[in-house]
Write a protein that binds this ligand. Sequence first.
Ligand code: SF4
Length: 170
Amino acid sequence: MLRDIYNRPLKDLRISVTDRCNFRCTNCMPFDEYEWIDKKEILEKINGGYPLKEIGRDKGSAASVDYEFIDGGGELGVIASVTEPFCSTCTRARLTADGKLVTCLFSATGYDLKKLLRNGATDEEIIEVISPIWGKRTDRYSDKRLEAMNSAQGYRAKDHRKIEMISLGG
Ligand code: SF4
């Protein structure tokens, strides 16, 4: 969640809660130049007017931790990838439009599968290529970002090259 230029937090969130629509706060693709509100702060603010009960992370690996309103008014999810990263349970992968398999939404590179796909590889052949890539995966960008944020040097977005979301898909 963002604060607006007048430092007003959660304005849109308040509208969503009163309208009782299911929604998610933040996402896994933060824009580094904005200040982010801590998950605890988001939940405290909502709980103050609309008490919540935690449901949990869908399938144990979903990006959001979901909550339901105790009065039965709906659900919401909080994706706290900045302040509470979940790399250890992440199952995200993307295939870019130019045929690269990317194993983290913040990867700097991908594995080129274009030739394989264009040559009509079978599902089994594709699995044979992808499995070892996935098995060796060590991605933990958000974990490292939090470590850097908590370090003396702090986190500097420009030090971390990554594929732009516009190429990667959300
Ligand atoms: S491994 Fe990458 S895509 Fe997965 S949660 Fe961490 S930062 Fe996000």
